[in-house]
Design a protein. Sequence first.
Length: 368
Amino acid sequence: MVYGTGPIKGFATTLIVSILTSFFTAIFITRLIFEAGLNRGKFNNLTFTTRISKNLLTNTRINFLGMRKVGFTVAIAIIVVMVGIDFSGGRNYVVRFDKPVKPVEISEMLKPAFEGSSLSVITITSDDQVRISTNYRIADQDENIDKEIETKLYEGMKSVLGDASYEEFTENMIQSRQKVGPSIADDIKVGAFWAVILSLIAMALYILLRFRDISFSVGTLASVAFTAFSIIGLYSLLYGILPFSMEMDQSFIAAILTVIGYSVNDTVVVFDRIREVKGLYPKRDRALVINDALNSTLTRTLNTSLSTAIVLLCIFILGGDVIRSFTFAMLFGVIVGTASTLFVATPIAYEIQRRSIAKKAAKEAAAK
């Protein structure tokens, strides 16, 4: 909300209001409904399972910590293959045709004219309208650059423009023109950097204050950082491949920050359970405590992630092209965030705790 502008600030405001409203209804309204139902005897036989889910994932004995080396290896590999996203800016042209066109075919027509520069063609609103993005000579200040690019567009797509002249193409078929210069792109990059960094620090401090354990804080920080880097890496690898925008804009940053919040929420539930089990069995082996906690919250973790993913998948399929990139980042982030809680955050917290316990035992042995 602080670093966002326009629709993103509106999205952040709506999200904050919805979280507060959900908190209020979950604590007060739901309680009133249940108390009223119990007092009238209508909820005496109420169950929260079905025949299918009754015995699903009950009494699981998965050794999550035993797989931590594999989890660490995969996480490091994903970060290593991550490549940077272009922040150099560019020009966007929305072009409407007289008939439906395929973005892939338009891209192939224009590639020779813009060789050596980035080129993205995606469908906008309808099959007869596309957005063409390129960073061709974006740093040049020549006033004739726009005319040169529009000439390249006209010549490259001449076979699908029919009998339209150059003047008709520029005046009637090009619906909009937009230039994002390097200075604007730098502002987006700086804002995105500080938004992500400050959110990571805030989350780490919150976990530290909540659990009074540095291991949980470090585990959470590593988990959300891995989730963010994974989304950025995926967008880098798929840029220009998928038939929708894969640009790093403010919508993309909003998606990352939302996923970070979701991932931390999932991690807090797991850590709460670990603290609870540790309090019940203080002398039990720490690995056994953490594995029991992970297994006991596995159903809740998967149910929450699956329900969220189903909603996002529906929005991704049925929503418009404008929000498709946002929902794709959210969908991928929910999946990665769930996995990072199980295989990154918790194992890292365990490793720190294990070494701390070992050091404490060594000091006690030396004192004797």
